[in-house]
Design a protein around this ligand. Structure first.
Ligand code: GTP
Ligand code: MG
Length: 186
């Protein structure tokens, strides 16, 4: 059972998730290495040049904002992305529930099975919570095999920020689990 080796010339990372979880802040924190006190609803697409990424591949980071974009545009961005980061806020149960109620089913609906793309679950605002959200997240990882990794981070303290984008990049270039199991053929 050989898996095709896919060469990529770039990686396209899309951040989605409920409003206010910190998608825009995460991107700006990564780029400026400091927490932005004021953020626009959505950032321009950002390209990280190959030589400063761990895997030496130009990486585009795409923000999403329900305030500025409709569902149609969201679905187009999901199709274009190589990896989808679903961001939630570790201190907000509702944003965790929405992962399985809305975001993961949406990604499945938009992307045909054979194109299934890796998903990284990103728990932001870890600075405001002492306990971990992993207890709620692990069952999701078990149920949805497209979820490659989960990571808790804070755009505010910069904890694990570069890791978020590294894991996302890595899940495209070196998936750890089969994303799609072709049916057994006779
Ligand atoms: P939408 O664009 O509306 O979908 O929101 P968003 O997901 O882009 O969130 P945004 O970056 O606008 O952040 C929402 C609020 O959360 C802002 O007040 C941020 O300052 C705050 N915030 C973002 N990241 C963190 C974090 O790591 N810790 C804390 N304590 N607050 C954060
Ligand atoms: Mg935003």
């Amino acid at each position: 059972n050989t898996q095709p080796i896919r060469m990529r010339k770039d990686v396209r990372i899309l951040l989605i998730g409920e409003r206010g979880v910190g998608k825009t802040s995460l991107i700006l924190s990564l780029v400026s290495e400091e927490f932005p006190e004021e953020v626009p609803p959505r950032t321009e697409a950002i390209t990280i040049p190959a030589d400063v990424t761990p895997e030496r591949i130009p990486t585009h980071i795409i923000d999403y904002s329900a305030q500025e974009q409709g569902e149609e545009e969201l679905m187009e961005e999901i199709v274009r992305a190589h990896v989808v980061c679903i961001v939630y806020s570790v201190d907000n149960e509702e944003t965790i529930r929405a992962i399985t109620d809305y975001w993961l089913p949406l990604v499945r609906r938009v992307v045909p099975d054979e194109d299934r793309k890796p998903v990284v679950l990103v728990g932001n605002k870890s600075d405001v919570l002492q306990v971990s959200s992993m207890e709620s997240i692990l069952p999701i990882m078990n149920e949805f095999t497209e979820v490659e990794t989960c990571v808790e981070c804070s755009a505010k303290t910069l904890r694990n920020i570069s890791e978020v984008f590294y894991y996302a990049q890595k899940s495209v270039l070196h998936p750890t689990a089969p994303l799609y199991l072709p049916e057994e053929k006779e």
